[in-house]
Design a protein around this ligand. Structure first.
Ligand code: ARG
Length: 452
């Protein structure tokens, strides 16, 4: 019997069915059902024989799903119903016992938590590779001066290693975020039933430990309403993608003829269909472009959950496509970022030429005056005057005569010229976390330790 006298409208089914995407939850759904059936048998809620039959059916389903022979049927609304239907085809009437003491509400929350946990681990593994790649690149370019920028204007010179390690620390923070995502999936929803708990003496803790959950959700109402772990995953993925987009954006810029700072390997570039000379850094461009999509997935699920009354609502079926899309896109981008960086080359001369722009020493000259007793604000004005004088005369700062210097400030002595020599302004950045080689070496050591 069915409660319904009429069949579902075809358009309703297209709207309502989730099988088209939630089939991806199938490995988790099978694992979950095996653990659930074992618990039902252990608790005497079903017989041991029925428990064994359910296990046999579920193992066959797992096999069919892996080798691609699982027969999806026209009436399958979602993966949970498809699997239960198939188990019943295999083991007969006993299949109808699988859903004892369970609702699709706690079932789907459990599957999704398991998916999120698995993909947080996928992200962590890939972030580890990217972090190691950045550390290795930094080691290989330890003392290569480059200009550091603010407002995209040359600001102060730094070492390329220091710049690359900035991305390492972003990656490390991303790892911390995904570790927090793993923790957020730590409490088993299963056993909450539809929302109120179930009428059987289940052993939720046994199911939790069988499925790798640290504990059980404390409240059945919260258990079936909670999608925080999806939001947490989407947020971590969005932040990570935003980091990758800055890396991508920078590589695009640095690969231009105008900068000429780096070149991606042929394996990570494409040509033009019309301009034979072109080598385009497409991978970097796509890293730049993918981030807003991950942000929109986060925003989409916040929109779904916003103002949603407890407990389960069908709205929550909309958690899946954003989640799957973010996981796929992020994993692809992390692989691409690591692969591209493993084979990128930097052009030492171009970087050095850009970094030896004497105006990059302006702050250092001001600091020289400060050491001679001039208040910083006054020193800033003095150096601004020198820069202007040099620009107007079309000269380098080092071409200014001692007389011209003392005219601006009597505190400007021969030290001024020494300061303008190559590398002098990098090695004076001795503050903790600064760009001097000793500090970068310390930083590298900490980065390596963080990876271990
Ligand atoms: N396909 C559903 C989803 O993804 C499964 C849960 C259905 N629950 C229900 N009460 N209709 O959310």
């Amino acid at each position: 019997m069915s409660r319904f006298a009429e069949p579902q409208d075809a358009a309703f089914r297209r709207l309502n069915d989730s099988i088209g995407f939630d089939w991806r939850l199938s490995p988790y759904d099978v694992d979950q059902s095996i653990a659930h059936a074992a618990m039902l048998a252990a608790q005497g809620i079903i017989s041991e024989a029925d428990g064994a039959e359910l296990r046999r059916g579920l193992e066959q389903v797992r096999q069919e799903l892996t080798d691609g022979t699982f027969p999806f049927a026209d009436g399958d609304e979602d993966i949970h119903m498809a699997i239960e239907r198939r188990v019943t085809e295999i083991v007969g009437r006993v299949g109808g016992r699988l859903h004892t003491a369970r609702s699709r509400n706690d079932q789907v929350a459990t599957d999704v938590a398991m998916f999120v946990r698995a993909h947080a681990h996928e992200a962590l593994e890939r972030l580890g590779r990217l972090g190691r790649t950045l550390v290795e690149l930094a080691e290989r370019h330890l003392d290569w001066p480059i200009p550091g920028y603010t407002h995209m204007q040359r600001a102060q010179p730094i070492y390329l290693s220091h710049h690359l390690l900035a991305y390492f620390w972003m990656v490390l923070r991303d790892m911390r975020r995904f570790e927090a995502v793993v923790a957020a999936t730590g409490r088993l929803p299963l056993g909450a039933g539809a929302l109120a708990g179930v009428n059987f003496d289940t052993d939720r803790r046994a199911v939790a430990s069988a499925l790798g959950f640290a504990g059980v959700a404390e409240n059945s109402v919260d258990a079936v309403s909670n999608r925080d772990f999806v939001l947490d995953y989407l947020a971590a993925a969005a932040t990570c993608a935003t980091h990758l987009s800055r890396l991508g954006g920078e590589i695009v810029l640095w690969s231009t003829e105008e900068y000429g700072f780096c070149e991606v390997s042929d394996a990570w570039a494409s040509g033009s269909s019309i301009m034979p000379q072109k080598k385009n850094p497409d991978a970097a461009e796509l890293l730049r472009a993918k981030a807003p999509r991950l942000v929109s997935n986060l925003v989409a699920l916040h929109g779904v959950m916003h103002g949603l009354p407890l407990t389960y609502n069908k709205d929550m079926q909309e958690d899946k496509e954003p989640l799957f899309d973010s996981a796929d896109t992020l994993e692809l981008c992390l692989d691409a970022a690591a692969g591209m960086l493993e084979t990128i080359t930097f052009t030492r001369e171009r970087l050095a030429a850009a970094a030896s722009d004497q105006f990059l020493a302006a702050t250092d000259i001001a600091d020289l005056l400060v050491r001679r007793g001039v208040p910083f604000r006054e020193a800033h004005g003095v150096v601004a005057g020198l820069v202007r004088q040099a620009l107007e005369a079309g000269k380098l700062l080092s071409d200014l005569t001692p007389e011209e210097l003392t005219a601006q400030s009597p505190a400007l002595d021969a030290e001024f010229y020494r300061l303008l020599q190559d590398g002098a302004w990098l090695e004076t950045k001795v503050s903790e976390g600064g760009t001097s080689l000793a500090r970068v070496r310390e930083q590298l050591e900490r980065a390596r330790a963080a990876l271990r």
